[in-house]
Ligand binder design. Structure first.
Ligand code: FCB
Length: 472
């Protein structure tokens, strides 16, 4: 038994929310059940070489059928909140008429959570666009923003009486740039013009939805989740490295933060991407819609990076080693990550907990505080190669250390005056890790896919203790 009640234990604020996160496509399975049709991820999984081992989401964690047991597990862990996403292709198959059977799944899930005293934290889009909408242009096309709002309001009609926390999008950077430029995610394009149009239309869809939800119920907690990075020049004295860090910050962080919180795209980013069509897709009035005031910002943090305009001697792998052509996700940056000589997770991501503190301090000062927006860490976690032992335990000491170190970084930020309101570990359970398929395990709960047996890992037991003690 790990004792956390040491003399030096540090407490979390009374209202701090502890949770865990998942996403529809990564856990639900039941991909053709009760009327659900393909999303772009179902299609992408069928593209030869796109996903390791040709894995797909047809079964995943079978959460669609096992949600009651999974919610019971969350209650056992003492989770106060559960962050999940709704599948657009389940709610509106083919992006068309409402599917009451699909929507009812989320209604039952929400009821189950509320019965157990767990706060539902709902995300409307975690990358699974209906395939038919992709075929009419997807996020490259302005109309998709309006269709997203209509889908969102259909979900709200059904769940708005019970769900208070509404997140429009998860990580629009990945949806736009990893999906349409790097080509490592669905829909798998390698086109900077498409990626920038997608980024703008995702933001527009967010803004339209935030407006509509606000109008429907001014009491809702509205927000968006962004994946943000801390980019440092590999050599602060080399102008090329300083500019590489600026470009990464611009094309990953500020390209979303500035429109959302300041109502404009950053001038340096506009200059970098000039000629790639962004100006042409921004219509009058869009930025006013996109900057609709929010209640919270969800921050997803996995690692920071040291960057340069020169390639390192040892390349740092960033994407799954699939056999389709992929390229850099940055539309206007010839940049390379250099090792910081830190230990890495099974994804090859460097373990850099202090980057989370630094990020929270910066985002609070530059964006959240002036806008009076609450900050939550909506994803943070690590993949390691876990084994279930003979005695049924999963001794994931590295993940446990990762979790504690990042919770400590959140406490450090709070001590520096950043009012962080909650933390969601990614992920509640092992699941479909996009282009990596089932090869990477992020869960605090192990999933044995052939039997669907769930086993709480040591990290999950430790997290339950932290939550119970409300201290580290
Ligand atoms: C984030 C995604 C999430 C998961 C983690 C590891 O970028 O939002 O779905 O894949 O990475």
């Amino acid at each position: 038994m790990i004792s956390l009640a040491t003399a030096a234990s540090r407490s979390f604020p009374a209202e701090f929310l502890f949770g865990a996160a998942t996403a529809a496509f990564q856990i639900e399975g039941a991909s053709t059940t009760d009327g659900r049709t393909d999303s772009i991820w179902d299609t992408f999984c069928r593209v030869p070489g796109a996903v390791i081992n040709a894995d797909d989401g047809s079964q995943a964690c079978d959460h669609y059928h096992r949600y009651r047991d999974d919610v019971a597990l969350m209650a056992d862990l003492g989770l106060q909140s559960y962050r999940f996403s709704t599948s657009w292709a389940r709610v509106q198959p083919d992006g068309a008429a409402l599917n009451p059977a699909g929507l009812d799944f989320y209604s039952r899930l929400v009821d189950e959570l509320l019965t157990k005293g767990i706060r539902p934290w709902l995300t409307l889009y975690h990358w699974d666009l209906p395939q038919t909408i992709e075929e009419t242009g997807g996020w490259r096309h302005r109309d998709t923003a309006y269709r997203f709002r209509d889908y969102a309001m259909a979900v709200y009609e059904q769940l708005g009486d019970r769900v208070e926390a509404w997140t429009t999008l998860n990580e629009p950077w990945c949806a736009a740039f990893v999906g349409h430029l790097a080509g490592a995610h669905a829909p798998g394009d390698n086109d900077p013009v498409a990626a920038l149009a997608a980024a703008h239309h995702l933001l527009l869809g967010h803004g339209l939805t935030a407006q509509a939800l606000r109008e429907a119920n001014p009491e809702l907690d509205l927000g968006i989740t962004l994946n943000l990075t801390v980019a440092k020049p590999a050599d602060p004295d080399r102008p090329g490295d300083v500019d590489a860090a600026r470009r990464i910050d611009g094309q990953m962080n500020r390209i979303f933060l500035d429109p959302l919180f300041r109502g404009s795209y950053p001038a340096d980013v506009l200059a970098d991407v000039a000629g790639l069509g962004l100006d042409e897709v921004v219509a009058d009035g869009d930025l006013a819609i996109i900057s609709t005031p929010l209640d919270f910002l969800g921050v997803n943090y996995y690692h920071g990076e040291r960057v340069s305009d020169e390639a390192p001697t040892e390349p740092m792998p960033t994407e799954a080693p699939t056999s389709r052509p992929t390229r850099s996700p940055f539309p206007a940056a010839e940049v390379y990550s250099h090792s910081q000589q830190l230990p890495t997770t099974a994804m090859g991501w460097e373990i850099q907990p202090d980057g989370l503190r630094e990020l929270l301090v910066r985002i609070h000062a530059d964006y959240a505080e002036p806008a009076e927006v609450q900050l939550f860490v909506t994803e943070n976690g690590a993949a390691f190669d876990d084994q279930v032992n003979q005695d049924g335990s999963v001794a994931d000491a590295e993940r446990l250390a990762f979790l504690r170190a990042h919770l400590a970084a959140v406490l450090d930020a709070i001590e520096e005056g950043v009012p962080v309101h909650g933390y969601f570990y990614w992920s509640l359970m092992d699941n479909f890790e996009w282009a990596w398929g089932y090869a990477k395990r992020f869960g605090i709960v192990h999933v044995d896919y052939p039997t669907q047996r769930r086993t709480v890992k040591d990290s999950g037991l430790a997290y339950a203790q932290v939550i119970a003690a409300r201290s580290l």
